[in-house]
Design a protein. Sequence first.
Lengths: 440, 279
Amino acid sequence: MDKNQKLEFDVIVVGAGLSGSAAAAIAARSGLKVAIVERGQNPGSKNYFGGALYTHSLLEIYPDLWDRKPPLERPVTETGFWFLSKDGLVKATVQGGKVNSNPIDAYVALRAKFDAWWAEQAQKEGAFIIPKTLVVDFIRENGKVVGVKTDRDQGDIYAPVVIITEGVNNLLTQKLGLAKHDIKGDSAALAVKQLISIPAATINARFGLTDNDHGLAMSVMGDVSMGLPGLGFIYTGVDCVSVGVGVTLEALREAGIKPYELLQRYMNHPMIAPLIAGGRLMEYGAHIIPEGGWKDMPQLYTDGVLVAGDAASMVNALHWEGTNMAIVAGKCAAETAIEAHQKKDFSAKSLSSYRTRLDKRFIMTDLHQYRNLSHFLKTHPDFMAIYPTFINDALGMFFTGFGKPKGQLYKDILRSLTDRRPLLKAVGDIVAFGRTIIGI
Amino acid sequence: MFHALVSIKQVPDTTNIRIDPETNNLIRQGVPTILNPYDAHAVAAAVEWKRKLGGKVTIITMGPPAAVTSLRECIEMGADRAILISARQFAGADTWATSYVLSEVVKAVHEKDPIDLLFFGKQAIDGDTAQVGPGVAVRLDLPVVSYAVKIREVNLEERYVIIERKTESRNEVIKTSLPTALTCEKDIAEIPYASLPDLVYSLRYEPEVWNAESPITFDPALLGLKGSPTTVFKTGTPEKHIAGEVIKTEELGVDGAVKAALDKILGVEGMASILGVQK
């Protein structure tokens, strides 16, 4: 190979995450020459999340997924909400039935392992991975993007279309003016987590799992976030448990609470501590989650450029969906790039079919429906603190009201609500929440 | 033309290594492998001098097929040729058997393309023996400068090299003839950040693979586990080394310093009779 040759590809993908490697795989499979530029030592080394991947999105990229032996942990066979009070726990979880579908809807995964494998699959489709290299800017000709500049000497790479899957810290998307502002503290959550090594048999016993082919994915609310708008989570791996908590940056700043204090407190909760007791810390990490959703979405394309995944704010904060959107949007971006190559037209107009593709999928509809969620949490900061603890009190009284006239019991339950929140306001909260999730 | 050969090793990243509490063995499963850090600096030094003098850098390593990634890293830094010495027969080699194989390979490379400097890292971070570099040098009857921190001069016409090496108390400056072997500390050179074309070239580079039969042959009795006389009886942490007392000639003068030293020695019980002197 001649080292002085201009580096030229049909498609450049920036970032080997779930979205980037999915886009690269689809584009390479169609015969395009694809480069993935990744800043980490290896794909996966910079990538982080709470816990679970959605099977439908993986199958969409690789229908023969299971033959490829993906490095997944446990299937999610029990999921739902845990509501914590100061010293109690109410579980609203579901197992069996629809959760026991074939294939199982979601799998717990560890990103360092999974993303390396995910990128390797793209490589098998023909994509060329350039690691340890940071994209810092774009090459423009007549105002159109025709490639990227990297932080290395002679670092230019050319391609008529660049797919940006750079993740939450979307500096390149901002550089192009597609995102109008930097990530904002009130719509970005900082999630911190510990991965704790516990023998598989102990996990099965503590979480009531039949065997290693059963796993649990929980959203935990209430006394996890010290009254701040945030959520905790627990995921079971084969022989490890992920425990973490996420709160908006703005709330952390205002409350002056350090994220690791929050996590430590959550892990010491009397209902949580026994689940992870005796475990050995394997990994401690943190990541920003873009929770602004629809309202923070950048412009998704311009001349020679498409944006997907966290960089495009494709996260559904209520359902913990993000990885599936990233993967499906990566696929949509790749299909758009393929079409552009067929038409030999890489203008914004030509690439606008990306938006049409996203509109046809759950991505745009879901994000639009939940567009007010982040506003709701901002205007109802104690929503996540009040009701989970109330549920604990209410059910606690309901099941222990021995010897008390039932009329009095219901009055007590009502008072435990009104002590927290005047009745009318509580009704208002519920209505507002309902409107938020229905999207009206 | 300058020709440097660097012998490298792919090692488990010991910063990630854990010990199995029950068996006391290293848990290597799932531990990422890296180019031995000292070797990386040795490669950087070889490339630096190649760029000064013109010439080439050849990399060799004995290891499993996965060691290709470490060889590619050397090519990324600017090395020109990489050889992977890999065959089942080599497996289980101790430093003795390893230095035999490497010395035979160096000999074969040298015959076709004479080598001026033979670089090693000072030690590998997994075994920490620091034996392979000197072992190869001795087998090839080459001078060896260990713990090298700086190459001051390489003179290809007059066939000498001047190298600084680190000792416990101070640096020594050694002038020796070419070819010479050296084992390197990290100070020997900074790891360069490769240009994009160099990186892309390295990602596509396929090293030559030498096995036990081709292109050279080895004495089968000296290979792998069979050729390894080392037996590890026990491992542990060495006792803490207590620093010796330094008597400075600057303060006492040479005679004064010698006298002070003698007084110290003769003050030790029974030392006078061992040395055969009168107190």
